[in-house]
Design a protein around this ligand. Structure first.
Ligand code: MN
Ligand code: MN
Length: 400
């Protein structure tokens, strides 16, 4: 039974002092027994022969790759278009967010479907399309989208997408679950073809023969006649309920000579409750400073330029990778990272987070808020070494 009385603790302290003073080889100052009450923590010297601890180099390999080439992947192709995806199964680090590049030919439609495990966020790259969405109250919205527009469909809500006009439409999709697969969605052709015809007849109250015309299996993205713009009428819900957001009309939250960040959180886009997303631009020589997000994973799709991303994964783990158009990056929540333009043209990134709230902590802000004597102690340098450090962080900047 340990003695927690004041006298007992004093006795333990005295014994600790004695051992440290004699420096006996068998003192084992770092070894404590249960109930020692911190006895061994009184040591202030390394045991003879011990070295200061460093992380093992092998730890670096334990961090999974955070780079994936989405556009060089194999697509799922059906009559009206194709989709390529990055999910936890082909990109193991991406546990929180999956992504898809989807291409619809003119006249094509991505059929009526829903997703059981993830919400869907989209950014239109080229072309025009109409999305129809229904929510659990039976309320529907029909919205038209063009380049730079964003949509958000909450998990489980029914939706479909149809190209408008005679040009193809393609877009980047992001889902707030890395286990999601676009190849495993709930498509209505699949459902209808798997349900007995007499049950379909009873369900819809029409003759069973009607369903002889239905396709077998999933049509997914179906080719069809062109939907003219004049016919593609919208039915938009009010701002608090709409699934559509015009991202390019939003003022950037960061806008400096180094670049900009436009981001729609649930504050700007109320429907987008479980995700935030937007576009970041880095000018040549621009850097998105070292930071992390306490509350969310981050997903990137590179539209243009050449960028270098440095990821810090704790425990001696760090990786630097180069990203070009068509590539995807995944940054787990809490992991430190910085992004810089290493090419001659603008870097443009479609980026999403799996939270409707945006949070970040910048290393520059943190260090600027810390007293110099603390930083000097932390890094083992002189106090004035930090005099030249920035006192405020622009988060994106370019060296003068
Ligand atoms: Mn979908
Ligand atoms: Mn970030």
């Amino acid at each position: 039974m340990p003695d927690y009385s004041r006298r007992g603790l004093l006795a333990a302290g005295a014994a600790g002092g004695l051992i440290a003073a004699t420096g006996a080889a068998n003192a084992e100052p770092f070894v404590a027994k249960p109930g020692d009450g911190g006895f061994a923590r009184s040591s202030n010297a390394l045991p003879p022969g011990d070295k200061v601890v460093h992380h093992a180099a092998s730890d670096i390999e334990a961090m999974p790759d955070f780079h994936f080439s989405l556009d060089s992947g194999r697509p799922k192709v059906t009559s009206g278009g194709w989709a390529k995806e990055a999910t936890e199964s082909n990109f193991p680090i991406s546990k929180g967010i999956a992504g898809v590049h989807m291409y619809l030919d003119a006249g094509a439609s991505r059929e009526l479907h829903w997703h059981a495990i993830a919400a869907e966020w989209a950014f239109i790259l080229e072309g025009k399309c109409q999305a129809m969405v229904i929510d659990p109250s039976g309320q529907r919205e029909v919205a038209n989208f063009g380049p730079g527009d964003v949509w958000f469909f909450p998990k489980g809500h029914g939706h479909s997408i149809q190209t408008i006009g005679d040009k193809p439409c393609h877009f980047i999709l992001s889902f707030d679950n890395g286990g999601f697969s676009e190849h495993g969605t709930f498509s209505i052709t699949d459902w209808v073809s798997l349900t007995p015809k007499d049950m379909l007849a009873e369900n819809f109250g029409i003759p069973a023969a009607f369903f002889d015309k239905m396709p077998t299996g999933e049509t997914y993205i179906m080719a069809g006649p062109i939907l003219p713009e004049s016919k593609a009428k919208q039915f938009l819900l009010p701002p608090a309920q709409t699934h559509k957001f015009a991202l390019m009309d939003l003022a950037p939250r960061i806008d400096t000579s180094g670049g900009s960040l436009r981001l729609a959180t649930q504050k700007e886009f109320p429907m987008s409750k479980t995700m935030s997303g937007g576009v970041m631009t880095l000018k040549p020589g621009g850097i998105r400073e070292m930071h992390w997000h306490p509350n969310a994973n981050e997903w990137h799709y590179y539209l243009s330029g050449q960028a270098e991303v440095a990821l810090f994964g704790s425990g001696g783990r760090g990786k630097v990778k180069t990203f070009i158009p068509g590539d995807v990056a995944y940054i787990p929540a809490g992991y430190g990272h910085a992004i810089r333009n290493v090419g001659n043209e603008d870097v443009e990134i479609v980026l999403t987070f799996d939270s409707g709230d945006f949070q970040e902590i910048s290393l520059s802000d943190w260090m600027a808020a810390s007293p110099n004597y603390l930083l000097a102690n932390n890094f083992g340098v002189s106090d004035d070494a930090f005099d030249k450090f920035p006192k405020a962080s622009p988060h994106i900047h370019r060296q003068a």
